[in-house]
Design a binder for this molecule. Structure first.
Ligand code: SF4
Length: 217
C-alpha cells in the first residue's frame, strides 16, 4: 500500500468524525494546518456570520495561522486574550468578557474515539467557553489528540500535556522540573478544572476541525 500512515489517519479520523457527529458536534476534516485555516476563513466564518471573536490558549490555533489572520480584523470585534504586554487584571477581564462573544476558538486536550472532548484548565476560561457562553465554538484539533477512551484521555493530559504545558508556560510546579505530575499544591498549578463534553448542546454549536497533522500538546 502507498502512504499507509495517511491511509491509517484517513480511516481513524473518519471514525472519530462519525462518533462526534453522533454526539451533535459539527465536524470538519482538514489535510493540514493551512487547510484548517482556509476552512475556517472561507467556510465556517462566512456561514456563521459572527460579529465578535475571541480565543483561549491553544498552540494549534496559533499554528494554523488563525491568530495572525484574525487578531487585526477590522470587520470584527476582536477580544485578543493573548495580546503581549497586557496587565494581569486586563487579561482576566478580557477572558471574562470573551465568554460572551459570537465565536470562540480553542483546542482540546483530547478527543476520544467515541466522540467526547476532555479538557483540563488552569483558569477555566477555555472550558467555560466550550461549555456555555459564546454562540459558537470552533476547536482546532491535531490528530495526536485522538485517544481510545476517557481513561487514556485523562492519562494523556496528566502524564504528558499538563507537564509539557507547565514547562512551556514557565510555571513553578514540580512537573516543570521532573516531567511527571506530582498532584501538586503549587500556587502556579495549572490543573484546576476538568471538563468532559459528551455532546454539543445545542446541536451543532461546537465545531471540531480534525487536522491530519500532529499539532499542539
Ligand atoms: S497537578 Fe501540578 S505537578 Fe501535576 S501536572 Fe498539574 S501542575 Fe504539574
Amino acid at each position: 500500500m502507498d502512504r499507509p500512515v495517511e491511509h491509517f489517519w484517513d480511516l481513524r479520523l473518519k471514525r472519530v468524525q462519525e462518533a462526534l457527529e453522533k454526539n451533535n458536534f459539527t465536524v470538519h476534516i482538514a489535510r493540514d494546518r493551512e487547510d484548517a485555516k482556509n476552512l475556517v476563513l472561507e467556510k465556517i466564518l462566512p456561514t456563521l456570520q459572527v460579529k465578535s471573536v475571541s480565543w483561549g490558549g491553544s498552540l494549534t490555533f496559533t499554528a494554523t495561522g488563525l491568530y495572525d489572520a484574525l487578531k487585526d480584523r477590522s470587520d470584527l470585534e476582536v477580544l485578543d486574550t493573548y495580546e503581549k504586554g497586557l496587565a494581569f487584571e486586563d487579561m482576566l477581564e478580557r477572558r471574562r468578557r470573551s465568554l460572551l462573544v459570537d465565536l470562540f476558538f480553542a483546542g482540546t486536550n483530547a478527543v476520544t474515539e467515541d466522540g467526547h472532548l476532555v479538557n483540563l484548565d488552569m483558569y477555566g476560561n477555555r472550558v467555560a467557553a466550550i461549555t456555555f457562553g459564546p454562540r459558537h465554538v470552533v476547536l482546532l484539533v491535531g490528530r495526536n489528540k485522538v485517544v481510545p477512551d476517557l481513561e487514556s484521555a485523562m492519562m494523556r493530559i496528566k502524564d504528558y500535556a499538563a507537564p509539557a504545558n507547565a514547562m512551556r508556560l514557565d510555571k513553578k510546579t514540580p512537573c516543570y522540573h521532573t516531567g511527571a505530575c506530582e498532584e501538586c499544591s503549587s500556587p502556579e498549578r495549572i490543573c484546576n478544572h476538568w471538563t468532559i463534553t459528551e455532546k454539543s448542546f445545542p446541536k451543532g454549536r461546537i465545531h471540531v476541525v480534525l487536522i491530519k497533522e500532529d499539532l499542539g500538546l
